[in-house]
Design a protein around this ligand. Structure first.
Ligand code: SF4
Length: 326
């Protein structure tokens, strides 16, 4: 392992100063420590932020939900407000990782986690994300689990987070604190598609700290849920997944929030599916027709063509689970 220094901070000012001096934030450490052991990541200084007061879940002034960046995955999944207002978030968290990891990993760290592409974690392989300009071993290699949406010639890796798919569907905002003050970034703009610079993964400025993720108030009652399809039933990443939230009144879908995981280089919002649902009455035919639009623009690779059909079926099934049929 590359030698590094370690400092623990107790307030955000100390954290920002340490980051300005080149430090790298760490909290639960469930991703970063693994990557350091494998020498994929080689930070010189770790700044432990786990003592910062960013571990609360609160209802916002407008009736949304603010989840502190240091709330653990298991705390967020079990919180009564999360469970009742946004079950899609609870379910996405509970279907992630193992119980031990969920007890350590934080919400901020979860959305910052790096891809599970095996070539990224193999320091002998060509990988533009790990070493810009070296190439992409996955394109001509084994790419069964890789992305079919949002890819570029430089990188085809998926984003591994489940809860990020729920946040993308619900159009959450990432709250940040940096040397220039506070700002909010819509979730759709926070995680970056690879383009020519797959090593740049988030819209973070130097030294910025995630303070919370804020879910907006959505019309209630809101039925929501998360479906994850994977090779085995636990401790596995998604081949495909679907986060769905529907608000229905008078037998008509008034609001629809839908996103997919396991298929995109970032959590993949599905506005065409949403548009196909709004203003319509639930029916089996509607779920099928809307889900047909889920894979529009897909560019499958040699080994992951099955994801096109699987994505449509995953979305259709989750629409039926959440929306029921008449
Ligand atoms: Fe690296 Fe991305 Fe290619 Fe994987 S898909 S090898 S992460 S450049």
């Amino acid at each position: 392992m590359h030698p590094f220094s370690y400092t623990r901070v107790s307030d955000t000012r100390q954290a920002l100063n340490a980051a300005r001096a080149g430090g790298r934030y760490i909290a639960g450490g469930t991703t970063l420590v693994d990557l350091m052991r494998e020498t994929v990541e080689r930070p010189d200084t770790l700044v432990d932020i786990s003592a910062l007061p960013l571990d609360e879940i609160t209802v916002t002034e407008r009736g949304g939900l603010r989840i502190g960046a240091l709330v653990t995955m298991s705390e967020a999944a079990a919180h009564p407000k999360v469970r009742t207002l946004y079950p899609v978030v609870s379910q996405a968290l509970e279907l992630s990782a193992s119980a031990q990891l969920r007890n350590m990993a934080t919400i901020g760290g979860n959305i910052m986690q790096r891809t599970r592409c095996t070539y990224f974690r193999d320091v002998t392989a060509d990988c533009n994300k790990r070493q810009p300009g070296s190439g992409c071993a996955a394109r001509e290699g084994v790419n069964r689990t890789h992305a079919i949406l949002g890819t570029s010639d430089a990188c085809v890796a998926t984003h591994p987070s489940d809860v990020a798919v729920a946040f993308a569907a619900l159009e959450a905002t990432v709250r940040l604190l940096g040397p220039d003050g506070k700002r909010g970034v819509p979730f759709a703009d926070f995680l970056l598609r690879p383009g020519r610079t797959p090593d740049r993964e988030q819209a973070l400025r130097k030294g910025e700290l995630i303070t919370s993720v804020e879910i907006p108030a959505l019309p209630q009652p809101l039925k929501s849920g998360y479906l994850k399809v994977r090779d085995r039933q636990s401790y596995e990443f998604a081949l495909t997944s679907a986060a769905v939230a529907l608000h229905m009144r008078g037998g008509v879908i008034r609001e629809a929030k839908v996103a997919a995981g396991g298929v995109g280089t970032v959590p993949w919002k599905l506005p065409e599916v949403e548009r196909a649902l709004i203003g319509r009455r639930p029916s089996d035919a509607l779920w099928t027709a809307a889900a047909e639009k889920a894979a529009e623009g897909a560019r499958p690779l040699t080994h992951n063509r099955f994801k096109v059909a699987l994505l449509r079926r995953t979305v259709e099934r989750q629409l039926r689970i959440v929306g029921g049929t008449k």
